[in-house]
Write a protein that binds this ligand. Sequence first.
Ligand SMILES: Cc1cc2nc3c(=O)[nH]c(=O)nc-3n(C[C@H](O)[C@H](O)[C@H](O)COP(=O)(O)OP(=O)(O)OC[C@H]3O[C@@H](n4cnc5c(N)ncnc54)[C@H](O)[C@@H]3O)c2cc1C
Length: 409
Amino acid sequence: MTPSGSAKGRVIIIGGSMAGLFAAVTLRSLGWQADIYERAGEALANRGAGIATHDELYAAVRDAGIDLREEMGVRSKGRIMFDRDGKLLGRHDLPQIMTSWGLIYRFLRAQVDDARYHNGHTLCGIEHHGDSVVAVFENGARIEGDWLLGADGTRSSVRAIVAPEAPAQYCGYFGWRGLIDEALVPAPVLADFDQRMAFGMAPGGHWLGYLVAGPDDALQPGQRWYNWGWYRTATAATLRDHLTDASGRHHENGIPHDLIRGELIEALRKEAHAYLPPQVQSVVDATARPFLQGIYDFCAPRFLYERVALLGDAAATARPHCGMGVSKAAVDAATFARALDEGGAALEAWQDARLAYARQTVAWSRDLGSYIGPQYDDALQRAKGAHHQRPAVLLGATAASDYQRYVYR
Ligand SMILES: Cc1cc2nc3c(=O)[nH]c(=O)nc-3n(C[C@H](O)[C@H](O)[C@H](O)COP(=O)(O)OP(=O)(O)OC[C@H]3O[C@@H](n4cnc5c(N)ncnc54)[C@H](O)[C@@H]3O)c2cc1C
């Protein structure tokens, strides 16, 4: 076991992505010793692809040390939607900066000493010993600290131990995704997209795409990436099939893109040609290696369990339509660090505030996605679905900060 090495105390953070990094940076700035233990054996790559930004995210990044607003991503003028024949169906002005998961990750990762970021550590157990907590890892390591933070994502091992009654729920659809060099998108198509988030409608889920920072976080035209996603309604059995490689191995936590079976990618392209605007078909065709992610949501009943706290997607995962995942992870982590530092009743107040925010965000994301996935024989659900499928609502409410404007007008 490793003894506490800081005057204020030692915090063990499980998961070295958004929530874990924001927590480590804020805790360190307050004088705590914070060590991250990450399952992945090497630096995390562009797993999240494109990320819509909100004021909460800028504030959290600024609190973490740097005002990145100007250099954080690609400016988008708003949104634009095309019908099946490629004709304009709607346009909505909403200036926003679209960043990439990798850009934020690299910025935060650079703020954490290598000696405090431990790759190749998969948590498998937690022991409580009086005023301390011990993290047990599959590689045999046992680390003692004053607090343990579960920042280990939607399928959190920490949550499975402290709150096994709150598993993530599959929403009945998954997202095909792509991240390609913008030079692969035909120039007339990029011109049609008009520096906006582009939408195409299809039965069972919409397509959307936008430009994000390219390799080495390049923001210059010609050097960026085009990021897209297409939600597809699918049973749990169909999702399982898509996560199974040619050798029959099932990758429950996500299939590496190079193991996705060729016939599934062929079927994706055929469906794109059947349902999506021609502009969008060209983007899908240009994507040699699409990848896919199942869509899950849930909210844990509490975020505090003795000396364990849940943050980010481990605490509550909203569907991606609200584009709030990284902002929520950042604010969960930074506000937890300040509450821990303050002590007393601050942690309970933190839990109350973040639970309320998470419940509201998950509910909003369910409304936004209510027309995708299985449709229930319930008049209210059908009305919600019809409302959120309207082009004006979809264009204005997707990944918008001021969503109250779009609720049941
Ligand atoms: C299709 C899609 C689109 C999205 N679009 C947006 C968007 O536009 N804007 C936005 O803000 N968000 C978006 N998100 C959500 C965003 O990616 C997540 O909310 C965010 O990454 C959550 O960060 P996190 O640190 O809580 O969890 P994660 O990023 O999931 O990180 C968890 C980390 O924990 C590690 N880990 C897991 N188990 C263990 C273990 N047992 N031991 C040690 N380490 C472990 C994992 O390897 C991982 O690094 C999107 C998500 C999806 C699926």
